[in-house]
Structure formats: C-alpha cells, structure tokens
Design a binder for this molecule. Structure first.
Ligand code: ZN
Ligand code: ZN
Length: 184
C-alpha cells in the first residue's frame, strides 16, 4: 500500500504549531501531547486509542478531554476525522487529499492514494443538490492479514468461529505477526 510518509512527524508538528498560532489556539501541554501522539502514527487511531497512549505520560487526562480536544482540532482544520465505522470516528493528522481502506474485522484503517480520484466529477445531479466542497471515500472490506488469519483458523476442529471468538489482544498480536510475515 502506497502511503504518503514524506512528511515526517517533526514536519507535521511544526505545521501544527504554526496553524495553532494562526487559529488563535493556545498551545497547551495536553493539546501538544495529543497532537504529538496523532502525528507519530499512521494507523488512524480512535479517540480512545489516543487516550490510552497519552495517559501513560499524562495520567490525569480524561477520555472526554482527549475527545473534545480532537474535535477542536477538527473544527480548526488541524486534523481530519475518518468516518470509518459506526463510532466516534478515527483521526488523521495527514491533511493531504487521500482516501481510506477500512477492515471490518480488525478495524484497521489505512491510507489509499487513489490516482485520478480527485479528477472524478460527481454526477451532475449533485449540482441540483448544492455545492460540493470535497469528496472522500472509505472502502470497507477484509484486509489480507484478516483473510490469512481466517484461512489459518479454518481447521475442522476450530472452524472460522474460532477467529471471531478469539480474545481481541491475541487476535491483534496474530494480525501483527501475519503482517510482519511470521505466520503465513
Ligand atoms: Zn483486518
Ligand atoms: Zn489517512
């Protein structure tokens, strides 16, 4: 999968600081830590995932604060929210135009750089509806790691149910092992 990783986390942090100043948003320690967490990853974390990671450095922070801060960032155009699943959304510090791939099994969200997508015009009918300002798609399916894991678990004894009922942390560990190529 081609990803836009030319902009380093340091670059993104500098852009963030400049834009905060422009938006008149005070650069508090909490805000900086939340954004730092978001720029250091390309996995489009949920507010809860960011909260879990930031909490190790700021134990007093609450999930509500993290969520509200992310919404403030979104309102100011500092981060994007990817409506991948029926939850509060996943957050993305990469504001360059790109689409997303979302796995309905492991809930991973990956960038999709779709050549020519920006040139696709919406159907004329949308002109009757109003003025289209942006377009974004989330393609949902089952990622290769999950497909492999399903095959891996499809033995006569365990059956596919074994995968679905598997403890989520064991499942995620297995998915990362498959992604690293340890299990095929
Ligand atoms: Zn998956
Ligand atoms: Zn993205």
């Amino acid at each position: 999968m081609q990803t836009n990783q030319t902009e380093s986390p340091q670059d993104r942090l500098r852009t963030f600081e400049t834009r905060c100043r422009r938006e008149g948003l005070k650069l508090t320690h909490q805000r900086l830590e939340i954004f730092r967490e978001l720029v250091s990853t390309y996995d489009h974390p949920s507010a809860n995932a960011i909260y879990q990671r930031v909490q190790t450095r700021i134990p007093t922070i609450s999930l509500d604060t993290v969520y509200r801060t992310l919404l403030t960032f979104e309102d100011c155009g500092l981060v994007a929210r990817v409506p991948a699943f029926d939850d509060q959304g996943r957050f993305d510090a990469d504001l360059s135009p790109h689409q997303h791939l979302a796995c309905t099994e492991c809930k991973c969200v990956e960038d999709l750089h779709w050549e020519g997508f920006e040139d696709i015009n919406p159907p004329l009918k949308t002109k009757e509806w109003g003025d289209i300002k942006s377009k974004h798609v989330v393609l949902k399916g089952i990622c290769k790691a999950c497909l492999n894991l399903k095959t891996f678990k499809c033995d006569p004894q365990g059956g596919c149910q074994g995968f679905r009922l598997m403890n989520i942390s064991i499942r995620n560990t297995m998915i990362s092992r498959i992604k690293r190529g340890d299990v095929s």
